[in-house]
Design a protein around this ligand. Structure first.
Ligand code: ADP
Ligand code: MG
Length: 214
């Protein structure tokens, strides 16, 4: 399978080329078509298997190829358990977004809250965030999620282990509408709390497990 087998915008294919990425990994081959079909997804595969592009490429493609539900609200929100993981995803997202007219910001714990509020007010289409900080901005009404089109939870098991279930549920509730798609990635699927969160956030999800950790 090749990236050209997915109906990806040529700007995304160009960016992949610049990143030196040629052939999809197994999780990318399986997850990208499901995510691009608009279905919800629960996926697991081991560290280093390429999960980031498995969700970033469908996210970019959706924003490029469809009209926004809302001009004000972010279209894609990507949540990660830690600053470090979020920074890694944000770095890849910036490479992809740089070749488009869209804007991405990161909203991480430990950074200046007022600067983040100002960045949110500029209406970026993509936000990469840690759950606690984004929940704080929601509460302060610096951010609205009624127009969110795609919610992505990466390392969902670690977010739950760190005690972020209440924030994840608040974010989900703020973005609760029929046209929202949700993608959830986790190192392990047989984690009681992950199953519970999936049943609350996902709507008839497809399941993909590659070399899952049990
Ligand atoms: P995971 O989230 O599954 O741990 P990452 O998405 O962080 O994995 O990817 C791990 C590394 O593999 C990154 O450096 C990324 O740039 C690289 N990578 C991702 N997809 C591909 C690919 N299709 N071909 C080559 N390298 C890739
Ligand atoms: Mg990852």
């Amino acid at each position: 399978m090749q990236f050209t087998d997915f109906s990806l915008d040529k700007r995304l294919l160009q960016s992949l080329k610049h990143m030196g990425i040629e052939t999809p990994t197994p999780i990318q081959s399986q997850a990208i078509p499901v995510a691009m079909s608009g279905k919800d997804l629960m996926a697991s595969s081991k560290t280093g298997s390429g999960k980031t592009l498995a969700f970033l490429l469908p996210a970019l493609q959706r924003v490029i190829s469809t009209k926004a539900l809302s001009k004000r609200d972010p279209r894609v929100l990507i949540l990660l358990p830690t600053r470090e993981l979020a920074q890694q995803v944000y770095a890849q997202l910036r490479l992809l977004v740089a070749n488009t007219q869209y804007r991405a910001i990161s909203v991480l714990g430990g950074e200046n809250f007022n600067d983040q509020a100002k960045a949110l007010a500029k209406e970026p289409q993509f936000i990469v965030a840690t759950p606690g900080r984004i929940a704080d901005h929601l509460e302060q009404r610096h951010l609205f999620l009624s127009g969110l089109e795609l919610l992505i939870l990466d390392e969902a098991d670690r977010m739950l282990d760190l005690g972020f279930a209440p924030q994840l549920k608040a974010i989900n509730a703020a973005a609760d509408h029929r046209r929202r798609q949700t993608l959830m990635f986790s190192a392990t699927l047989d984690h009681g709390e992950v199953q519970e969160l999936a049943s609350e956030l996902l709507n008839e999800p497809e399941h993909i497990a590659i070399d899952a950790v049990h």
